[in-house]
Design a protein around this ligand. Structure first.
Ligand code: ARG
Length: 279
């Protein structure tokens, strides 16, 4: 069965304010035709493997293209994001309306608690728990809220590197109890927490160079990884695990601090539990 994913077309995409380090010195520096070409190519490639729904963009919401931040949909319950920055809070009603129609059940956090959706909350495929980041965009209190709403354990990870301000920029959970991640993005306790759940042979530690090209910000459909970039060494390791890497460069979107995963939200993973067979 094809997984279902959500994207939002990049008509109004741009860098018009600075809310993360990647956006610094990038205001009005997006090459729009190039951004459109990159988005279209990624959308086309992803559509071969997944059923992709496309949300209507809204003017004056240049970051709405990053649908991963709309919220988190687990077992039919959608937890709507409450953005940290006012610049993005205007997106909330549009995401809410779409999900009310799509999922019916929309849970909303109290006003004072920030949460930025799949940007900071990633289910471990084949397991019941959800990894969640805090420290920049999402409050720890949101983790407890999610736990109650979707009735699954939420494992909190403390993000400490401002360039990796969302969990999905530095952590990518994979089937078969595996994960690839950039260790320098986490504090020592969080690294221990990851290590307690992911066995040594199932950890893929991503180099600074790969992490800096958002290798962890991978959109996965079954055994295909849609990536902005990978070094030959990382690609080899992923292939040994049985993955096929589909390179879809989105560097225009990196100027806003996001790549392939940020441009998608999982509506239905369709592969839980799922076992991959190594090559
Ligand atoms: N400019 C956007 C922001 O700072 C980028 C969002 C990237 N999304 C993600 N899921 N990491 O909010």
């Amino acid at each position: 069965m094809k997984p279902k994913m959500l994207m939002c077309s990049p008509e109004y995409f741009g860098v018009e304010y600075v809310i993360n380090p990647w956006m610094e010195n990038q205001i009005h520096h997006i090459d729009r035709p190039q951004a459109h070409r990159q988005w279209e190519a990624f959308h086309r490639a992803l559509s071969q493997q997944a059923e992709v729904f496309v949300l209507d963009p809204k003017p004056d919401m240049p970051d709405m293209v990053f649908t991963a931040n709309a919220g988190l949909l687990v077992d039919g319950t959608f937890v709507l994001s409450r953005f940290k920055h006012p610049e993005r809070q205007v997106e909330e009603p549009h995401f809410r309306d779409w999900f009310q129609h799509y999922a019916g059940d929309v849970a909303q956090l109290p006003d004072s608690i920030a949460f930025e959706g799949e940007g900071d909350a990633l289910p471990q495929p084949g397991q019941d728990w959800i990894w969640a980041g805090y420290g920049f965009r999402t409050d720890l209190a949101a983790h407890r809220f999610i736990e109650q709403k979707v009735r699954r354990p939420v494992i909190s990870l403390h993000l400490i590197n401002p360039r990796f301000y969302h969990l999905d920029t530095c952590f990518c959970p994979l089937p078969d109890d595996r994960a690839m991640y950039y260790p320098d993005a986490f504090d020592a306790d969080s690294l221990r927490c990851i290590e307690s759940r992911i066995a040594p042979e199932n950890r893929l530690l991503v180099s600074e160079e790969d992490a800096g090209h958002f290798a962890c910000n991978t959109a996965r459909v079954h055994d295909t990884l849609f990536m902005n970039h990978t070094s030959p060494a990382l690609r080899r390791q992923l292939e040994v695990w049985g993955y096929r890497v589909a390179l879809c460069p989105v560097d225009e979107f990196m100027k806003a601090g996001g790549a392939n995963k940020c441009l998608t939200l999982v509506l239905d993973a369709a592969d839980r539990p799922h076992t991959l067979h190594s090559a």
